[in-house]
Design a protein around this ligand. Structure first.
Ligand SMILES: C[S@@+](CC[C@H](N)C(=O)[O-])C[C@H]1O[C@@H](n2cnc3c(N)ncnc32)[C@H](O)[C@@H]1O
Length: 437
């Protein structure tokens, strides 16, 4: 049965909400005072409210023809200043009201063309991004405003060449599953195409490779192969078609060689406030060892390792650890270094790791979205560690981890910044110090 609700406010995830019989009900892509007609569809977990019409519809074009159709941006219809306030205010209030800590809030300087990596799904009927709310449906995308101009030109150029190789997930015909575009701060573009394994060493591969070399404007082209059922892009066995298998990135004065498979901050410029926060706070801290957990290719170790006698880093991705080891050795040849592949989230006997028995350590944490988890948080509490810098791409899971760590640590300072305008995502950093009491 269709129903109607007046949107009364906006939430931190940039959706809008109203009330029916006292029950809060939320919708994406709406503004305050929109009147929304909707119908509740499906059952159980699949139950959702489908918008039938807006009586005062929000401007859904909002600078992008795909806005509200693709699942990427959530807040283009809201001014950037308001987006930032909505995203950060509840976190600011949490630390302020409960711990009397006022986090520094740093909005983004640029709101478009900021992402250095985009992954586009390739289906026979469309090449683009997943439809809002439907993982199996793809929206054809010719231009994405949050990636660079150069990546947009490349996307348009290569789409028509690669389309004939599209993999059909139902009939299992075809080969190509994903197009990944990664660009560095010097405008060097890397094109990674992810195929099913059977594409390797075929005549089709040879043809596509020679056609791409003529048309593509990417400095590096990589073909990557993985299992038919895998929906992971830019992971697996690979061939370098042009250029090299890693790209060079520069942050402040430090260079990073990033393997095409490895994580790198998706918006290095937007991440600078976090780096400056760490830099400033490190000035007052003198420790012997840096322990960089979830270290990736050694981003923080390379930026801040100078101050320490010893650097230890753990991550789950072997190619990242290899690169971290190589780059830190080049930069700090006389320091004691130890980079290892370790699964920090499921390892059973975390406590047996030497790092938790060490004294005089600065612990740097930069976990994936779900945070460091209970086991690691408990281990840190039991350890000799006195100072932690905890960087997070999800301040909500950081709060959950903080709720465990607060028994043994207090917050020195903290900062939130926004490398991801128009989306609900943020980056935050906390300086934690062991309690004396
Ligand atoms: C937010 S990234 C941070 C990487 C790095 N600090 C940087 O700035 O480039 C999170 C890292 O956690 C790693 N990771 C994910 N799951 C992990 C696990 N279970 N154990 C160890 N590392 C993991 C990822 O490979 C990734 O490098």
């Amino acid at each position: 049965m269709p129903a109607s609700v007046l949107i009364e406010g906006l939430s931190s995830d940039l959706s809008g909400y109203g009330f029916i019989d006292g029950r809060k009900i939320s919708f994406p892509y709406v503004s305050r005072r929109d009147q929304v007609e909707f119908e509740t569809i499906g059952r159980g977990k699949r139950r959702y409210n489908k918008i039938l019409s807006h009586i005062k519809p929000t401007n859904l074009e909002a600078g992008c023809e795909y806005f509200s159709k693709c699942g990427g941006c959530k807040g283009r219809h809201i001014s950037y200043e308001e987006q930032f306030h909505l995203k950060t205010n509840h976190i600011f209030e949490y630390y302020n009201n409960n711990f009397n800590i006022q986090l520094e809030l740093v909005p983004s300087k640029s709101t478009e063309n900021y992402r250095n990596r985009m992954d586009f799904a390739v289906f026979p009927e469309a090449i683009g991004l997943r439809q809002e709310g439907n993982f199996r449906k793809i929206i054809e995308i010719d231009k994405c405003n949050i990636q660079s101009e150069k990546a947009n030109i490349e996307l348009l150029k290569i789409k028509e060449i690669v389309r004939q190789y599209a993999f059909n997930r139902k009939t299992l015909e075809g080969f190509l599953k994903y197009i990944t575009l990664r660009i560095n701060s010097e405008n060097e573009l890397t094109l990674i195409l992810t195929f099913i394994n059977s594409f390797r060493d075929t005549i089709f591969e040879e043809n596509l490779s020679s056609e791409l070399k003529k048309v593509s404007i990417s400095e590096n082209i990589i073909f990557c192969y993985n299992r038919t059922q895998s929906e992971v892009s830019a992971v697996g066995e690979y061939k370098v078609i042009k250029g090299k298998e890693y790209f060079r990135e520069k942050v402040l004065d430090t260079y990073f060689d990033v393997p095409f498979t490895a994580f790198f901050q998706p918006n290095p410029n937007g991440f600078l406030p976090i780096i400056e926060f760490i830099n400033k706070n490190l000035m007052g801290i003198s420790r012997k060892s840096l322990v960089d957990l979830f270290c990736g290719t050694g981003f923080f170790s390379l930026l801040f390792g100078e101050k320490f006698e010893e650097i230890i880093g753990f991550d789950i991705v072997p190619s990242s650890i290899e690169k971290a080891q190589e780059m830190t050795k080049n930069k700090f040849p006389s320091k004691k270094l130890n980079f290892e592949v370790i699964d920090l989230l499921t390892l059973k006997n975390l406590g047996s790791l030497d790092v938790f028995k060490k004294k005089d350590v600065l612990l740097l944490l930069d976990p994936p979205r779900n945070g460091i988890g209970m086991a690691l948080a408990e281990e840190i509490k039991k350890s000799e560690i006195e100072t932690i810098i905890y960087v997070s791409c999800n301040p909500r899971s950081q709060i959950e981890d903080w709720e465990v760590l607060k028994e043994k640590f207090k917050i020195g300072r903290g900062l939130i910044t926004d490398p991801f305008p128009h989306t609900p995502h943020l980056e935050s950093v906390l300086l934690l110090e062991k309690r004396n009491d």
